[in-house]
Design a binder for this molecule. Structure first.
Ligand code: ADP
Ligand code: ASP
Ligand code: MG
Length: 816
């Protein structure tokens, strides 16, 4: 025989009850014996609670009555044949009248005891179960309604009554034996005390009813039918990537459900465990799902270090401190028995090495009461300043990681704290696990979703890690980056388990934010439909959304975004950028950004600041981190100037080469922006700083290629005129180079901490002699690469390679 318990959503509507009937039909026709346990229709217990409180405050409760009546009537009318409707509607009406009378009483007395509340709540299960039994009767004539309150006996702890197992089992067995020809439809949740007054088993208690029946009748299996595919790794409403677990041990299920995985009510495990009856969690709306099996020992090997993550969405912390507690035997005993006596549920007690303070978590609703009780109980101690008035921290939540594997695997808690820290989530307290299968932390409520998602990504590493990306700038580089991400997305998912979700895009005109990710095929059109751009607002929204693995990409060349970098790091968001402005302004700013990123444990990647996608910054970093020392850096890092000198040969004039370069798009609209060497200087400064120097702009020796008049010229046309006038200067250099069989190169150098950029003639043996086209080249002479420098060479400009460099940085976020 099996117990099938259907939760609130399963009995929530005519449509869902039809799903139940289909499930039962199969069992019935295969001759299987079963008992059905039912919850109240979804939302009804909550509604009854509200109505009871409303009545006690003389507020309206009648509209609630109508709502409950309608809910049941509409199901009855839809699923009962006309001829069967009347008696059922009459019975429900009778229940409603009783309920109204009770509420009226509460209303007159202006008082709601836990006892009256239980009685009021019991109508939820009575109505739903009675209705379900009558509908089922049409298909299975043996169906009979069973009010469990006469069979489950409890103490007087209304609201959360403790079951008298022996008596209950006797009554259930006896009743079952005397009605063995029937199919039971049993009310969940409700019971009664010795005086036959209705009690309830705690919220979610129908699961417990099912387990109590299962244990009493030694059922083969207890099935809990809900609206999800069993127990998932975490709450699927918060973490989209949560997945179903195929099995759990009783202890694991207990730990997970105790800390909020409400798919099963924790006490339900006890009777099942006692009689070793497996519990199967199933989905009414997906009967093909094979279920999560909860049993004594896991059979399959869990490939992950933990089983699941659960959370309690809202708790408050009470902190009792005082010197008088030190060495005071029995203080905590007094405190916690007081709370237990007054039915204040202590969710957890946190670890504290000193005896100076005790911190515990309770539900926010209990705060006022707890505070009053403690101040009353410890009045003496308070007056003599042995203890202080309890302090309260609110708006907190708990997340707990659970699993039997944790015991054997070292480093789990380290990993948990690391990932929380990296995401800027402050841990207020660490909870004393009730077993070794659980580590719980208390964090701010606003960080719950972010914490669950990051912790889930961390421990279920085979799952895809999602990067949430906000991109500023949709010019050449931005647009190319989107295309590259789009083309590569499947590969990344399959081979690297990385999903790149572009959540926000902004340029100087428009901005668009979509939490579920912007479709990169249609981004242009979508952005056009977006809001008017506002950089501050864009960044603010990114911070407020508080997404896990969040990355800000600055694909602009503007100084404006750099003002926000520091605060972005402070929100624990990584930055990837091709914008060199931040790193090449004052050394102080560079240092602040680097330090802030490091302190926050986030990444600041700017490979494309120097030589586009060439691995220059990364190589320098690796050399430095591995303890090498930079003796000299020589580099040609201006593709434009490179092109110009590579083509300044034979009969052509310097003027013609520059003009041609501009026509080919190798220069900025004003070629002086390149020829001034300023951009090159910025790159050299960044290299020098990354090599450990505090270089400032005024310390750089920058040799001008252009004459003063060229630089001063008011327009680009004037500039070209002046350039023609200084042709003889360039011809002279060219002739000298040709005569000495050398090449003209504009070379940046870092030597002994000094940065210079000068025009030089290099011999054929020099590694820079053979540079062609617009290539960049850099050579590192170091302690280890002393006689034969490490050289990197290749295209150092262009949207394709720059976007690729940004992309590579993005993928590396969080991996170091
Ligand atoms: P029922 O009414 O059937 O008893 P509940 O509402 O009590 O069902 O429990 C099911 C709900 O539990 C799901 O809808 C889901 O949102 C929530 N839940 C929280 N954590 C988990 C988890 N780890 N696995 C499955 N469901 C979870
Ligand atoms: N109806 C009760 C509740 O909502 C019991 C249950 O659903 O398990 O708490
Ligand atoms: Mg439930």
């Amino acid at each position: 025989m099996k117990i099938l318990k259907f939760g609130g959503t399963s009995v929530g509507s005519a449509k869902s009850i039809q799903c139940i009937l289909n499930i039962l039909q199969k069992r019935y026709s295969s001759g299987e014996k079963f008992i059905v346990v039912s919850s109240a229709m979804s939302g009804v217990t909550n509604l009854l609670t509200e109505m009871a409180f409303a009545a006690s405050e003389r507020k309206d409760f009648k509209s609630g009555l109508t709502e409950i009546e309608n809910k049941h009537f509409s199901v009855a009318k839809e699923l009962l044949e006309i001829k069967n409707q009347n008696p059922v509607l009459t019975q429900i009406k009778l229940y409603m009248n009783e309920l109204e009378e009770l509420l009226q009483g509460v209303n007159s007395l202006k008082e709601l005891s836990l006892q009256s509340k239980d009685l009021i709540l019991s109508y939820g299960e009575k109505c739903s179960t009675y209705l379900l039994s009558q509908i089922s009767k049409q298909y299975f004539p043996e169906s009979t309604y069973v009010d469990s309150s006469s069979l489950i006996k409890t103490n007087n702890q209304f609201g959360n009554a403790k079951v008298n197992i022996e008596k209950t089992e006797y009554l259930i067995k006896n009743y079952y034996e005397t009605h063995s020809d029937k199919i039971f439809y049993v009310t969940g949740f409700i019971a009664s005390n010795e005086e036959n007054r209705i009690t309830t088993l705690g919220r979610g208690g129908s699961d417990y009813t099912a387990a109590i029946f299962g244990a009493a009748l030694e059922a083969e299996q207890i099935e809990l039918w809900s609206d999800v595919d069993g127990m998932l790794t975490t709450d699927p409403k918060i973490v989209k990537k949560a997945f179903s677990l195929s099995e759990l041990s009783y202890t694991e299920a207990m730990e997970l459900s105790y800390f909020g995985a409400k798919v099963i009510y924790p006490p339900a495990m006890i009777p099942a465990f006692r009689k070793n009856i497996p519990i199967l969690l199933l989905n009414t709306f997906n009967p093909d799902f094979k279920g999560t099996l909860i049993h004594k020992e896991n059979i399959e090997k869990n490939p992950f270090p933990i089983k699941g993550i659960s959370s309690i969405n809202e708790i408050s912390l009470v902190n009792v401190t005082g010197s008088g507690m030190i060495g005071e035997v029995g203080f905590s005993g007094r405190l916690f028995s007081l709370l237990a006596r007054e039915q204040i549920n202590v969710i957890l007690i946190t670890q504290s090495s000193s005896e100076h303070s005790i911190t515990f978590a309770i539900e926010p609703n209990d705060i006022e009461r707890a505070k009053n009780l403690i101040t009353r109980e410890f009045e003496m101690e308070l007056q003599t300043h042995k203890i202080n008035i309890p302090s309260i921290e609110e708006n907190l939540c708990i997340i707990a990681i659970v699993g039997e594997n944790m015991k054997q695997t070292p480093g789990i808690s380290g990993k948990l704290f690391h990932v929380l820290g990296r995401n800027g989530i402050n841990v207020h307290a660490i909870a004393q696990g009730s077993s070794e299968y659980n580590i719980s932390v208390i964090i701010k409520k606003k960080n719950l979703a972010k914490a669950l998602n990051t912790v889930h990504d961390t421990f279920f590493i085979e799952l895809t890690k999602t990067l949430h990306v906000f991109v500023l700038g949709t010019g050449n580089i931005g647009a190319t980056l989107f295309q590259q991400i789009q083309n590569q997305s499947n590969f990344l998912k399959e081979n690297n388990d990385i999903e790149v979700k572009i959540v926000g895009i902004s340029n100087s005109r428009k901005m668009l934010i979509q939490e579920n990710g912007i479709d990169l095929i249609e981004w242009k059109a979508a952005l056009n439909e977006g809001n008017q751009a506002n950089m501050e607002n864009f960044i603010q929204q990114m911070k407020i959304m508080n997404l896990s693995n969040c990355v800000f990409i600055d694909n602009t060349a503007s100084p404006d975004p750099t003002k926000f970098y520091k605060s972005i790091f402070e929100s624990n968001i990584s930055i990837v950028t091709c914008n060199k402005i931040a790193n090449s302004s004052s050394y102080k700013e560079y240092k602040i950004l680097k330090d802030t990123a490091r302190k926050r444990g986030v990444d600041f990647f700017y490979e494309t600041n120097v030589g586009a996608g060439l691995p220059i910054i990364k190589t320098l970093k690796d050399l430095m981190n591995s303890g090498d020392r930079i003796l000299k850096i020589e580099a040609i890092l201006s593709g434009t100037i490179s092109y110009i000198f590579n083509n300044f040969k034979g009969d052509v004039s310097f003027y013609e080469v520059v003009k041609k370069a501009q026509e080919l798009g190798f220069t900025e609209p004003d070629p002086r922006d390149d020829l001034s060497g300023k951009d090159f200087m910025r790159k050299m400064m960044i290299l020098a700083r990354d090599a450990g120097y505090t270089t400032e702009e005024h310390e750089v020796l920058l040799e001008n290629i252009l004459s003063k008049n060229c630089i001063k010229a008011n327009s680009v046309d004037d500039f070209y005129n002046e350039l023609q006038k200084s042709e003889s200067y360039f011809t002279e250099i060219k002739l000298k180079a040709e005569k000495e069989k050398k090449a003209i190169r504009y070379i940046g150098k870092l030597e002994k901490g000094k940065v210079s950029i000068t025009l030089e003639l290099v011999e054929a043996s020099h590694p820079f002699y053979n540079l062609s086209g617009s290539d960049n080249i850099i050579s590192f002479t170091t302690e280890r690469y002393k006689y034969n420098p490490l050289v990197i060479k290749g295209p150092g400009a262009g949207a394709e390679v720059t976007a690729a460099g940004v992309f590579a940085d993005l993928i590396n976020v969080g991996t170091e």
